[in-house]
Design a protein around this ligand. Sequence first.
Ligand SMILES: *Cc1c(COP(=O)(O)O)cnc(C)c1O
Length: 219
Amino acid sequence: MKSEILLENYKKILSQLPENVELVAVSKNHSVEKIKILYEAGHRIFGENKVQELTAKQPLLPEDIQWHLIGHLQTNKVKYIAEFVDTVQSVDSEKILHEINRQAERHSRNVKVLLQVKIAEEDTKYGLEISECKELFLKWKQQQFPNVTITGLMGMATFTEDENQIKREFTVLKTLYDQLSAQHPLSTLSMGMSGDFELAIACGANSVRIGSSIFGDRE
Ligand SMILES: *Cc1c(COP(=O)(O)O)cnc(C)c1O
């Protein structure tokens, strides 16, 4: 893909996002060169779903990129990203939150995280049940994980043409977000990808994770 097309795609997406909505550019399966083009256009927030790919790219790119891990994270891999990751969007168990906290402490850092909630009907998606999410949030509020900051929630809707179903699922997450926000201020409700970000924003998302609409099909 030519850099002009990449920049055009990027600007088009930006023009579709309200001012309060953050864009996480999902660069998985795309080259460091493409990331640099967006970086030079001023973009700073990039998302990757695999630790191995993230740790390969990170040293080749500017230090002020805010890297978000958006894919399922295994406990034994947290140590590879703890030093530099900005946000782990995919916290889907107490065990992984515990390990992120432990590794963040080793690096004298505080790592931002989102709790990933299972809102889709499909069984394939990772995520906490709503009750588990509330329990984990409570434990965090009781200071059981002092080196992480829960800044919000992340969720993925079912891959379907049925817009009403997608809206229902996003609304479940927005309702939970409002409930938890009433207990402790949260900033980030991450929902919506290339195919459904407009619906997600209509349902209250203030952060979207967009890959293919910017970078094209994955290489
Ligand atoms: C790949 C991915 C995205 C981006 O998907 P696109 O359809 O390419 O925009 C968003 N969120 C997660 C968790 C992903 O793995």
